[in-house]
Design a protein around this ligand. Sequence first.
Ligand SMILES: Nc1ncnc2c1ncn2[C@@H]1O[C@H](COP(=O)(O)OP(=O)(O)OP(=O)(O)O)[C@@H](O)[C@H]1O
Ligand SMILES: [Mg+2]
Length: 423
Amino acid sequence: MTSISNLSRKQIESFQQSDARINIFEGPVRAGKSFSSIIRFIEFCRSGPPGLLLLAGKSEKTIKNNIIAPLQDLIGSAVQYRSGKGEVYLYDRTMMVCGANDERAEQKIRGSTLAGALLDEATLLPESFFKMLLSRMSIPGAKLFCSTNPDSPYHWLKKEFIDRKEELDCKVFSFNIDDNPSLEDQFKEQLKREYRGLWYKRYIEGLWVVAEGAVYDFFDEKTHVIPYKQANATKYIIGIDYGTTNPCVFLLVGYNKNAFPNMWIEKEYYYDSKVALKQKSDYEYVLDLIQFMSGYAIDTIYVDPSAASLKQEMIRNGVMNVMDADNDVIPGIRFVGQLIANGTLKVCSQCVETIKEFSTYVWDEKASERGEDKPVKKNDHAMDALKYCVYTHFFQTLGCSNMTEREVLDMEKRYSYRLGQSA
Ligand SMILES: Nc1ncnc2c1ncn2[C@@H]1O[C@H](COP(=O)(O)OP(=O)(O)OP(=O)(O)O)[C@@H](O)[C@H]1O
Ligand SMILES: [Mg+2]
């Protein structure tokens, strides 16, 4: 069970003063925001108006990990979770559990009357859900407590609530990384080293900053490009981004957990039909792939999930261990970014197109103005191929295999694990 040894000044302040209708706990990772909102919500369960309460997050799984498990850690068996019914019981109160990962989520709470709600990772929820939730909180004295990391300054939560807190019945508690008394200095230092660029500003400095310029703006040829592989790989994987009118890319990534760097992009295949003035068929690509792989023992080939025809052709021609890649864009980018930032991943100098893309792969400014983080769909072919293999293989599979669900979620949040040694 978690013991509350002490609370930081910010945690005490946010606990005592979060008496508005909307209470937002915002700031960097691991700053103690969720912890504070949870202990405040426990108190609200006792002292707030009677009626149905709501626990919301991106999915039921994240609610279970980020709200229900900490609640159980704090007050033990007084919290009962009936996952089949999607309900939690605490101090004779019923709480509805609601995963809100898309626009349809607001339908789940339409028609209900709520006395209060606790939300985890508010910026990840749809605006329509948040607004519907506020309209459902019609019992006098109803309150909302939510925690979040900073996002774009154009994000709806920032523009419509945080920036307008004076006009609304809304209080904002801004945490920083020192507001969590349970974090050791060494851990904080480690966290600081593991984020770069956009994510350093948001997740460490706690700033609401726009995604602009190069996605991997911290990529530096002097540091991240190596002349050739530095060790023999214990494993090879391949990532494929498919294109007929657009370029088609294969990347060969080597891995050895006992070497430094642990992971390197060893070889690239980059075919641009517009430059070559000739389109290739799926069969021709497969022949090129077989030649590309020749001499290497390949563990798994991760293919663009939309390239069904190429995948079929590969299987027809006896290419083994072919898998659909995970196409989760932002988590994939964050993960690759972390591997580059912490020195795990390097690129061999012969991969010239890949090296070029590291600086030409940019954020979409139009999407940024709408509060969305989205890369421009241009100069993204090697970047996608890389994300496909590295994120799907190491994050989704190997990295998680020995971890509990809770640890995986923590890892997803912090991206701070190492795949081996790094210097
Ligand atoms: N006062 C405290 N006493 C004991 N443990 C604490 C305290 N404050 C925070 N913690 C613990 O520190 C860890 C991080 O805190 P918390 O989950 O609240 O951070 P957060 O700001 O919500 O981070 P994230 O942005 O990553 O979600 C948790 O394991 C939490 O239980
Ligand atoms: Mg949190």
